[in-house]
Write a protein that binds this ligand. Structure first.
Ligand SMILES: [Zn+2]
Ligand SMILES: [Zn+2]
Length: 298
């Protein structure tokens, strides 16, 4: 399972010198697994991923949306492969079965006078599917996707992707109740190899942001430790948190729990099951930025 971060920021893109190290694009994560190309969220990072697909000749993908707040869908109209009728893209969301469905919500951001090109022009966006957060389904022949509802205004869905003995969870956007671990999230991330978690704030900042729908990197650590997850990827960075601030988060988080790290735009991770002995699996040499995470044996 190869995971690439095209956008790691929350709320609004922030392309500034002060944010270039961790990245300014909003949520978009690519997961290449079991012959499938999965996309988690359609923030502004999606534009670059679309270009990468075109360069590499990818013609099929599945988009899994956490929810439809702007920062998670504003890259969607700029995903150029989907305008190609030879392309095939499934789009799934778990928070809208009783709110009109994902197709009508995405169509509503591509209407006059906000955007000149209608959703109908995306001939390669071939299927729009709504499910209820909490359901489990399979993509391709054997990629298992488990889901859970999150605590967020207008709803959101957390994902767990399992294949070949490794598991990756994508849990954003969500708000916790201090002193009360979210049982839905604990079940979803149990024993996972890597968890990306809504770490918009620190515990200190959170007190002034109750009700805003987001969580903290410290809560991410508490959840991962309680659920026996192996690594926490601190994700959905606040636009007000520049590189200097985020470097501070990275070292403070590492000190609290060595499994924690801050996710950076442009980086990739390879999740592979340990084969035999302790031999470290080499990354493909064409990806300069790959870091290796060795998962537990199957
Ligand atoms: Zn968000
Ligand atoms: Zn949101």
């Amino acid at each position: 399972m190869k995971i690439t971060f095209w956008g790691v920021r929350g709320s609004i893109p922030c392309p500034a010198r002060s944010h270039v190290h961790f990245g300014g694009n909003t949520s978009c994560v690519h997961v290449a697994v079991g012959g499938e190309d999965l996309i988690l969220d359609a923030g502004t990072g999606l534009r670059g991923l679309g270009r990468s697909f075109q360069i590499r000749g990818v013609t099929r993908a599945t988009l899994l949306l956490s929810h439809t707040h702007w920062d998670h869908i504003c890259g969607f109209p700029f995903f150029t492969p989907a305008y190609d009728p030879k392309w095939s893209m499934r789009i799934l969301a778990g928070h809208l079965p009783r709110q009109g469905g994902i197709r009508s919500v995405l169509a509503s951001q591509m209407t006059d006078p906000m955007f000149p090109v209608p959703l109908d022009a995306m001939r390669g966006a071939s299927a729009f599917e709504d499910f209820s957060a909490g359901e489990t389904f399979t993509l391709g022949s054997d990629v298992v996707v488990k889901t859970a509802p999150l605590q967020h205004p207008n709803g959101a869905t957390g994902y767990r992707i399992e294949h070949g003995g490794v598991s990756f969870c994508y849990v954003t956007d969500t708000e916790h109740k201090p002193g009360q671990l979210d049982q839905n999230i604990l079940r979803l991330i149990e024993g996972a190899d890597l968890v990306l978690y809504d770490s918009t704030y620190s515990d200190d900042e959170f007190l002034a942001k109750v009700g805003w729908g987001h969580s903290t990197w410290q809560e991410g650590i508490r959840l991962c430790r309680a659920a026996g997850a192996k690594r926490l990827g601190i994700f959905h960075h606040d636009p007000d948190h520049d590189d200097q601030y985020m470097r501070g988060v990275a070292s403070a988080a590492k000190e609290l729990w060595k499994g924690a790290f801050v996710v950076r735009e442009g980086r990739s991770l390879l999740l592979e099951p340990r084969t035999r002995g302790d031999r470290v699996t080499r990354a493909p040499s064409s990806y300069a930025d790959i870091r290796i995470v060795i998962a537990r044996p199957r």
